[in-house]
Design a protein around this ligand. Sequence first.
Ligand SMILES: Nc1ncnc2c1ncn2[C@@H]1O[C@H](COP(=O)(O)OP(=O)(O)OP(=O)(O)O)[C@@H](O)[C@H]1O
Ligand SMILES: [Mg+2]
Length: 369
Amino acid sequence: MTDADKDYPGHAHARAILDNVRDAIITIDGDGTITHFNRAAETMFERKAADTIGANVSELMPEPYRSEHTRYIGAYRDSGVPKAIGRIRDVHGQRAGGEVFPMELSVAEVISGPNPIYTAIIRDVTALRHATEVVRERERLAELGAIAAKLVHDIGNPLSGLTMRVEHMRRLADTPDGLPPEKLRASLDHVRNAAASMNALIRGFMDFARGQRLQRSKVDIAALLSVIVDLWAPVAAQSNASIVLDTGQGLLFVHADAEQLQRVFHNLIRNGVEAVAGGCGKTVRVSAELSDGRVAVSVCDDGPGVPANVDVFHLFETTKPGGTGIGLAVAKQIVSAHGGTISHRPRAGGGAEFRVELACGDEIEGPRA
Ligand SMILES: Nc1ncnc2c1ncn2[C@@H]1O[C@H](COP(=O)(O)OP(=O)(O)OP(=O)(O)O)[C@@H](O)[C@H]1O
Ligand SMILES: [Mg+2]
């Protein structure tokens, strides 16, 4: 029992509880200075309470949050708009040895006013994430086995057709008159198109089979979407349609693999553009917003809508003559690897809406000034 505990017997009881819970419990003041660091926090962050109390809480975070955190606390104090407070957040911490780990964070404001005190309860979810990844990997391998047979079938058929056509051309080449140029051209076009579609199938399959090893960084969703929209806008314009981008005023960040996310939104926006092509619709609307602490991106079109009975996220499921049916299967795989969700529903008034939700990447930072 410390001297303070003798003065306030309730303290000893509270301290015993704090030091025996499995979650890390850290108390900070309004400047972010750590005032209490329980035993579980010592284990989790590999730091002694005696060396940590008095330090700034940003020391427990990886970059870029570490450098920015103090500014965010100040912004919160000034604006009073909580972001990290009152919710469970998926964020990252950093141990003294440098290891960055995933954690669930919930912050409560214990005392408000000019000298506020916050309590953060932190759960290390490294083991949980690892277990989830192992299960996902096993499921993926099982699925790969089943679809390999389908791939052989889907490539085997056009390949034997292709071989027969080339043999036919070869035979005709040996006849006195050979092949008339227009027939030769048509046959070569056929060969080229069949080869291109098989190539697309194989590439898409490789995307799927590769699995998703994520290289996460802080990604500005609005900037990422704007690059993709610019790329597809001219294609939409060819069908007299347009793509509208609405990402609101605030900055939306996710902690994600930018390249992989780009592929997700490429697929969704391309599907939207394909849905409105040929006069089937007028507009593809891409929007991003903060929804319940998550970043929600919606890609909405006024095309014909998803046909009934089409399991859009299933590998090789396609209703398009030149489609591979891989786009959304890969998109789902990438979004799941990020711990996010992807879904679709009919758009009111006709068309389809696809929605991706990802954990917000700047939750630990608090609001922007
Ligand atoms: N915006 C949309 N409107 C209507 N149907 C859609 C839309 N997006 C997807 N679909 C349906 O889902 C199917 C699967 O989409 P997915 O992107 O996985 O494959 P694909 O577009 O057919 O081919 P690819 O692999 O080349 O993208 C499509 O063939 C289509 O039937
Ligand atoms: Mg597609």
